[in-house]
Design a protein around this ligand. Structure first.
Ligand code: TXA
Ligand code: MG
Length: 351
């Protein structure tokens, strides 16, 4: 049975006890809701993978209460990672580092690296402190589906599969954390570069050790470059290097088509006239008097668009639409992350 409880101090206390007993707790973070398990309890981590329906070779992020704990869980923390942690933790940033000995193969999917994050959400913070250890937490959705940004989203995906959901309201960022790979920027990463079976440390033989963005998010490439005082590639959307990632990640059931602003109305009418139920994600109400077309309004502000995107994609399915039409934002700031998620939602589906 899944309990859905408001994130009061009493219930956070209760949730910490569930985690200590090897149970699963869905917790709000500033990005999306996470499905938390004791990262040092293999049985709990296995149960978490099973609840999500997630393949075992897909690594999960380990959440820590404080950036001072990073050395307990990473074997090699290069200066670039320390600078980024000091600038952005707690917050929506995950650092990929060479893993420490306390991190099990189950958590990393056998990789030599681990993704670490210190979330800023007060409920996640309180739970991490009360629990007193690292929490492995992927997004609290069924594998391959849209990440949850409310407790109700979690319930609709994981009812009966998670012991307790802490309701902390809507997530403020609404897109998953920016993932920055620093694993090749330190001494150990350098020594290991080019080792063929070392999955997770990108093969950068002949390429200078560098820091790379694996997944864009609310912390932008410009912000990262400013802290590191060197430019950083924004290549994630074109060439995702996150192991095990599928193109159709973050997708609703409905088909998603990305179109230009000019194509949007003609395409919507064409599909509707062929009998499909269509949703259009646009800022202004489209001028179509057709019942087969549902309008899901997009906020003008990019941060608000990011925060509402997953809720809108879920609504597309709730409305029973066959397809959703959307336009891409200008790819600057968090617009890069919005465009990345929309492209993945529109990407080829696995069978
Ligand atoms: O905002 C977030 O990051 C949320 C909240 C709950 O913290 N978590 C999240 O987790 O999005 P998940 O498991 O849905 O996505 C984590 C991504 C996966 O694509 C995974 O491949 C990547 O992080 N990842 C984890 N560890 C990694 C590693 N060692 N190397 C490369 N990628 C890694
Ligand atoms: Mg996820």
């Amino acid at each position: 049975m899944t309990k859905l409880l408001p994130a009061t101090p009493d219930n956070i206390h209760r949730a910490a006890a569930v985690l200590a007993g090897g149970g699963l707790v869905a917790m709000p973070t500033e990005t999306v809701y996470g499905l938390a398990a004791d990262a040092e309890n293999d049985a709990a981590v296995r149960a978490m993978f099973a609840a999500k329906g997630r393949p075992a070779d897909h690594p999960v992020i380990v959440h820590l209460a404080d950036r001072a704990l990073v050395d307990d869980f990473a074997a090699d923390v290069p200066p670039a990672a320390r600078k980024l942690a000091a600038a952005f933790w707690p917050g929506p940033l995950t650092l990929v580092l060479i893993r420490g000995s306390r991190i099990s193969d189950l958590v990393t999917g056998g990789l030599a690296t681990v993704g670490l994050r210190v979330p800023s959400h007060p409920v996640a913070q309180a739970l991490l402190r009360e629990f007193g250890g690292p929490l492995a937490a992927p997004s609290a959705n069924r594998f391959g589906r849209v990440s949850p940004t409310t407790a109700a989203h979690v319930l609709s995906d994981l009812a009966g599969r998670v012991d307790l959901i802490l309701d902390g309201g809507e997530c403020s960022v609404g897109l998953e954390s920016t993932i920055v790979d620093c694993s090749a920027a330190g001494a150990v990463g350098n020594a290991l570069r080019g080792v063929p079976d070392l999955r997770g440390v990108p093969d950068r033989q002949g390429v200078p050790a560098s820091v790379a963005i694996l997944r864009p998010g609310a912390i932008t490439a410009d912000q990262i470059a400013a802290v590191l005082q060197s430019p950083i590639a924004e290549s994630a959307a074109a060439a995702p290097r996150v192991p095990g990632s599928l193109p159709s990640h973050y997708a609703p059931r409905a088909r998603v088509e990305l179109v230009s602003a000019e194509e949007l109305l003609p395409r919507a009418m064409q599909l509707a006239s062929s009998g499909e139920k269509i949703a259009v994600l646009t800022r202004q109400r489209p001028d179509i008097g057709d019942q087969q077309v549902a309008w899901l309004p997009i906020p003008a502000d990019h941060a608000e668009w990011a925060a509402s995107l997953y809720g809108l994609l879920r609504q597309v399915d709730e409305l029973g639409c066959d397809a959703a039409l959307a336009t891409l934002p200008v790819e600057a700031g968090i617009g890069v992350a919005i465009a990345d998620r929309l492209r993945r939602a529109a990407g080829p589906r696995s069978p």
